[in-house]
Design a protein around this ligand. Structure first.
Ligand code: GTP
Ligand code: MG
Length: 371
């Protein structure tokens, strides 16, 4: 609970609200039973009664979690992959190559618009979803919000260069998040490519590749010419198989997902890319996401084509948000518009109080400094 009232706090600790009001009084604070207490007061009071206060965000405070998944509904889902690596080592080139070589026949127009996630179906019929987020920001931002979206990191290192600061950063991020890494040593078409040097530098950075007796799968590729890319995808799928990634595919469960990115389109309003993680998201579904809500007005794939529903590991563009959600926000389908609105409103109230308190605090600080 965040900024509980004296009454709510008393309930939580199993004591009488009067006792809290009295303690506040001895602390020099006059509070009424339904007044929300500030963070410091809650901490102090809780401590006095032998509790430790834990503060959670407004989203957690109004957690809409979640019916248990029925084990029978759990099926293998495609892996979600993020490509990471140092500037210019070939992340975009690799993604472009994968996209180009796996465009479904008849859709040769290709994908012109940038979208933050897309699904590729390989010749063997299996799919991989790629998150194409600029830099590592989204990865870290999502992780900071507790959203684990990436199953596997493909770490691109250019063989004509070296293991660089952002390579190390990517390794550290992945390890901290306990996300497995598959190494792609890129640009092997270049005469100056030195793949053994890269393997050696990687081992110094704590990534000992398989061909050197380590546990990390590694593939030499040329993102430009396409050599090795198919083998790389095989290795990614092998990694996914080991992890036995599953999701709830039941038609009737309320869908859930994560916001990958959002934008405000002049004509369409809020357009947000949602990565579905559970169930099928359908047109007409009411939902909450972060502090906002809505009802799915339309769903589109990465080519802008309308679709009726989207299932696990599928990224989909969603129309129908009242307001802009943030990357990493959870997206949860609710039973009704009414329920969705209730949760969103509660979150907005808590958020506003939060902001109000913060701004009053800042004001007091600056007045004090002026004196
Ligand atoms: P940032 O997004 O800026 O971090 O770079 P990036 O990692 O996306 O690299 P990008 O794919 O833009 O490639 C950088 C340069 O390397 C481009 O000029 C590519 O054409 C070139 N390049 C990428 N892959 C290869 C490759 O396999 N062989 C050769 N010869 N050049 C490549
Ligand atoms: Mg790029």
């Amino acid at each position: 609970t965040e900024f509980a009232t004296a009454h709510e706090l008393a309930d939580l600790m199993g004591i009488n609200a009067k006792e809290i009001i009295q303690r506040c009084f001895t602390l020099g604070k006059f509070v009424t039973i339904n007044q929300r207490l500030d963070k410091e007061t809650i901490e102090l009071i809780a401590l006095e009664f032998g509790f430790e206060a834990e503060f959670v965000s407004e989203v957690e405070a109004t957690d809409v979690e979640h019916l248990e998944d029925n084990p029978e509904d759990m099926e293998i889902r495609p892996p979600v992959v993020t490509i990471m690596g140092h500037v210019d080592h070939g992340k975009t080139s690799l993604l472009d190559y994968i996209r180009r070589s796996n465009v479904v026949a008849g859709e040769s127009g290709g994908i012109t618009q940038h979208i933050g996630a897309y699904e590729v179906t390989l010749e063997n019929g299996r799919s991989i979803t790629f998150l194409d987020t600029p830099g590592h920001e989204a990865f870290t931002a999502m992780r900071a919000r507790g959203a684990q979206v990436t199953d596997i990191v493909v770490l691109v290192v250019a063989a004509d260069d070296s293991v660089m600061p952002q390579t190390i950063e990517a390794i550290n991020h992945s390890k901290a998040a306990e996300v497995p890494i598959v190494v792609a040593i890129n640009k092997v078409d270049k005469p100056e490519a030195n793949t053994e040097k890269i393997r050696s530098q990687l081992s110094e950075a704590g990534v000992l590749v398989e061909d050197w007796g380590g546990e990390y799968q590694c593939q030499e590729i040329s993102a430009k010419q396409g050599t090795g890319v198919e083998e790389l995808m095989e290795k990614v799928l092998m990694e996914a198989e080991i992890r036995e990634l599953k999701a709830n595919y039941a038609e009737e469960v309320n869908a859930r997902g994560i916001i990958v990115e959002s934008e405000l389109d002049k004509g369409k309003g809020v357009v947000s890319t949602v990565l579905v993680q559970r169930g099928y998201l359908k047109v007409g579904d009411p939902f909450v996401s972060g502090n906002t809500m809505g009802r799915v007005r339309a769903l589109m794939d990465e080519r802008g084509k309308r679709v009726k529903k989207a299932g696990p590991s599928q990224p989909v563009r969603v129309l129908g948000f009242e307001d802009l959600p943030q990357s990493g926000d959870e997206f949860v389908v609710m039973a009704s518009d009414k329920e969705a609105r209730e949760v969103a409103q509660k979150r907005q109230i808590i958020r506003r109080e939060h902001e109000f308190r913060r701004s009053t605090r800042v004001k007091l600080d600056s007045i004090a400094r002026q004196i």
